[in-house]
Design a protein around this ligand. Structure first.
Ligand code: FES
Length: 161
């Protein structure tokens, strides 16, 4: 699924990003700092933005892409209105969290790291959410669901459709 990035609509944010790079030119770790800044500004790192960073910092696009895909903090697609995280930490994993995740993927028709075409839902890789007593745990946006069963998944997601 290709998401269209509108350069015109984002021109003020692009200006801000260029200003950030120029202000910090020559500083150590500028690429990482710039990618963080871009992710904060746009919510993800579209290829058009990676190209702008490549030109400004004179770093090859493939190097930028490599860094952007290496760190799970960065996303190459926009997150959905509701980002879903099924915890795969140990306590959840032993309580069949993988089956919960499989069900979420099946119901939404997308995999971890992807966003539905209507941008309503995205699924992110998630480690311990600090609610192990409620295992297995899933978050939908800010809402936490615990002691889940595979059969609960569809009903929960329908509440957000
Ligand atoms: S392991 Fe899932 S909440 Fe801790």
């Amino acid at each position: 699924m290709e998401f269209v990035f509108d350069l015109e609509q984002n021109k003020d944010k692009i200006k801000e990003l260029k200003f950030f790079m120029r202000e910090n030119r020559g500083k150590k770790g500028l690429l990482m700092a710039t990618l963080h800044e871009a992710q904060n500004l746009f919510g993800y790192l579209p290829i058009e933005v990676q190209r702008i960073i490549s030109q400004e910092l004179r770093i090859s696009l493939s190097e930028i892409y490599g860094v952007a895909t290496f760190y799970s903090h960065f996303s190459l697609v926009p997150k959905g209105e509701y980002d879903i995280g099924v915890c795969l930490g140990t306590a959840c994993y032993v309580k069949q969290a993988q089956q919960i995740l499989d069900k979420v993927e099946e119901v939404l028709g997308i995999s971890v790291g992807q966003t539905t075409p209507d941008r309503k839902f995205s699924i992110s890789a998630t480690r311990c959410l600090g609610a192990c007593g409620l295992a297995p745990v899933m978050m939908v946006g800010e809402d936490v669901y615990g002691r889940l069963k595979e059969d609960d998944v569809e009903e929960i997601l329908n509440k957000y459709r």
